[in-house]
Design a protein around this ligand. Structure first.
Ligand SMILES: NC(=O)c1ccc[n+]([C@@H]2O[C@H](COP(=O)([O-])OP(=O)(O)OC[C@H]3O[C@@H](n4cnc5c(N)ncnc54)[C@H](OP(=O)(O)O)[C@@H]3O)[C@@H](O)[C@H]2O)c1
Length: 337
């Protein structure tokens, strides 16, 4: 019998990839969830044969209705929209809190709404039917040293923490999928990823030690196949979606090999990294992340299953390497700056 998967964030990077992968399998019916079914991204899904319904993560009844009859749910929450939106920054100022904290509150509340709504359909979910995109709890992994890595903790405080505490039955049907650094993320921190030098070469500069291996994900191509593979596993496991694990030194060397342009990696101080990012709040949130990953690793020491583990279990899990992604990517915006 056909299974219904409800996909949050279907108009976005992670959810779009998930919706499209499941839609390729005639055993699944895909229901994409969006605030605005008439947007270009939503209409693109419709033209590909994917159902689209309206719901808002801030409107619990709309979410419960969107999940009706679900056999699987893919969940993703977006820290960065409330972080960047000018009206949210205004509200944060009115509340006397930073936009970092404000975005934590929004992401936490929306994650909680997802979990509450998913709990209302727990009986119709398959054994491994609650597939959630999340990250490690930096505060706990660092034993309180990193207290303000909000875009990690907002996710982890709900997935798995809140779900396990409040909904044990739902927790039994959950898989946690952590996502590596999106390969496209250089656009958020252009001056840290690719600082152009006077001699025409480029330098990648983060507050991370040069040799710490980290996870890199082609989010638009690979989230779907990864989550589709995870759905074939038993529930209760934690994963890291990525196509390549390498240090920032290797990242830079790969980029140089692909583009033919000299490049190197330099570990910079907190102050130097902060200076390179014009938006002060973004500088603080991301510098914390690069310092945290330097000390504890991106997964904070958690045991995470990788694509190769899914393959060892006999499940197909094609992933894009950083080098292959870099080869097909148009670098003119970086090279011509
Ligand atoms: N950048 C990185 O390297 C990296 C690495 C790991 C994890 N992450 C995490 O990835 C997350 C973002 O994922 P993404 O890139 O897939 O997001 P995205 O492409 O920006 O898409 C966000 C999606 O969420 C939906 N959405 C947002 N607010 C909603 C609401 N109130 N109600 C219903 N739907 C809502 C949007 O739908 P509509 O607009 O159509 O309503 C859209 O489909 C962030 O939390 C970030 O921390 C990023």
């Amino acid at each position: 019998m056909t299974k219904l998967i409800c996909v949050i964030g279907a108009t976005g990077n992670q959810g779009g990839s998930v919706a499209r992968r499941f839609a390729q399998d005639p055993d699944y019916k895909v229901r994409g969830i969006t605030r605005n079914p008439s947007s270009e991204a939503a209409q693109a899904l419709v033209s590909e044969g994917i159902d689209v319904v309206a719901a808002d993560l801030d409107d619990p009844p709309s979410l419960a209705a969107a999940f009706e009859g679900a056999n699987l749910i893919f969940s993703v929450t977006n820290y960065w929209e409330p972080f960047f939106r000018p009206d949210c920054r205004q509200k944060a100022a009115e509340q006397g809190i930073s936009c970092r904290r404000y975005a934590y509150d929004v992401e936490y509340r929306q994650g909680k709404n997802i979990a509450d709504a998913a709990a209302t359909v727990v009986d119709s979910l398959v054994e491994n039917g609650f597939l959630v995109s999340t990250l490690i709890h930096a505060g706990k992994a660092s034993r309180g040293k990193f207290k303000e890595l909000y875009h990690f903790d907002a996710k982890a405080d709900i997935f798995p923490e809140y779900v396990e505490e409040k909904y044990p039955k739902l927790a039994k049907k959950m898989s946690c999928v952590h996502t590596g650094y999106f390969m496209t993320s250089y656009r958020i921190l252009p001056e840290c990823y690719f600082a152009k030098q006077a001699d025409g070469s480029f330098q990648t500069r983060f507050a991370t030690v040069p040799n710490e291996p980290t996870f890199h994900l082609d989010v638009n191509t690979d989230t779907g196949p990864f989550v589709y593979a995870v759905a074939q596993m038993p529930p209760g496991k934690t994963y890291m979606a990525c196509g390549t694990i390498c240090s920032w030194t290797d990242f830079s060397a790969t980029w140089s090999r692909v583009t033919g342009v000299p490049a190197s990696y330099k570990q910079v101080t907190r102050e130097e990294m902060m200076e390179a990012v014009p938006d002060r709040m973004l500088a603080e949130e991301t510098t914390d992340m690069f310092e945290y990953t330097s000390e504890l690793g991106y997964a904070g020491g958690a045991e995470v299953l990788l694509a190769e583990d899914l393959r060892k279990a006999g499940i197909e899990c094609p992933m894009t390497s950083l080098e292959d992604w870099m080869k097909k990517h148009d670098w003119s915006d970086v090279l011509n700056k």
